[in-house]
Design a protein around this ligand. Sequence first.
Ligand code: NAD
Ligand code: AKB
Length: 340
Amino acid sequence: MYYISISQGINNYFRSELLNTFYSMKNILVIGAAGQIGTDLTMELRRRFGNDNVIASDIKSPSEMVLNSGPFTKVDVLDKVGLEKIVAKYKITEIYHLAAILSGNAEKAPRRSWDINMEGLFNVLDVVKEKNLDKVFWPSSIAVFGPSTPRTNTPQDTVMDPNTVYGISKQAGERWCEYYFEKYGVDVRSLRYPGLISYSADAGGGTTDYAVEIFYDAIKIKKYESFLKEDTALPMMFMEDAINATIGIMEADKDLVKIRSSYNIAGISFDPQTIAKEIKNHISEFEITYKPDFRQKIADSWPQSIDESKANEDWRWEAKFGLKEMCDIMLREVEKKIKK
Ligand code: NAD
Ligand code: AKB
């Protein structure tokens, strides 16, 4: 017994030393950590790589969960000098750059949104290049596609004619990411996220936000007025899948990441009437009505479903959550949150 506990102690000691050595090799900066993805991504990165090794940053304060679990620092991604100081102070080795203005909000402030989305990306890419950081993640979106793109099973390489400020910035961003990889060897990795569905933080002003809001209204008032028409199908993804894809591509061997613009990932495709039906299976009184607004036109220009075969082949990506599993979790977690 005595010997076993000593050997366990030694094992534990070496395991924690090993983890410390591993952790100390990796210091991650998350920019946009107060947002919908940043909140969940920061927590998962901290769980995997250690709280102190994941520095959260944003222009606004993050959730208490993020604030209380590790370092947080305010930074405007447009302030390159500020960014450099943080990179030096925390000996950052890799960056997840999430700060952006999403599709709906960007249409309300085009030039400002362009500046944040593009100048922000340039600042991050330049810091990674100049300070010789290991790698950087930057998300693109299904918004890179446009009205002339094939709308079902949209291929990785196809016509792209985005007609929103946000979509144009994502398409330009993809080109620049590939350019920085080819010209300067910056190890940039990127995914074209579908609409993301989560409960930890609110959605950030996009066209797919209805698929998050609907759960809150279904639980609070048993009805929802959708700003998209009933048959507007879009690709969506549960956040846990999105986080796994994000960390998955960042942790993949460099040689496996063959596309340096951005990878298609598919998720689940559904329209408002289908998700409403699934919610009704849990809340029988739930009713949905439709009042399309300016976001309808944006949604009409985006794919309905995505071909993700390159991501499946290159770095073995596979999603786990279907519509039913996602709705079960969302209803349970949003209810808990509302009751708190
Ligand atoms: P979000 O709006 O919820 O979060 C963005 C965060 O960036 C916010 O917390 C905001 O305060 C911060 N930010 C804005 N301007 C900043 C600045 N100048 N400096 C520092 N921080 C700033 O967005 P999200 O949904 O978390 O999206 C994160 C990224 O993923 C974005 O690039 C977005 O385009 C992309 N994306 C998101 C989705 C989705 O469905 N959520 C889908 C496709 C792509
Ligand atoms: C948006 O609707 O703007 C985002 C996205 C799909 O990029 N959710």
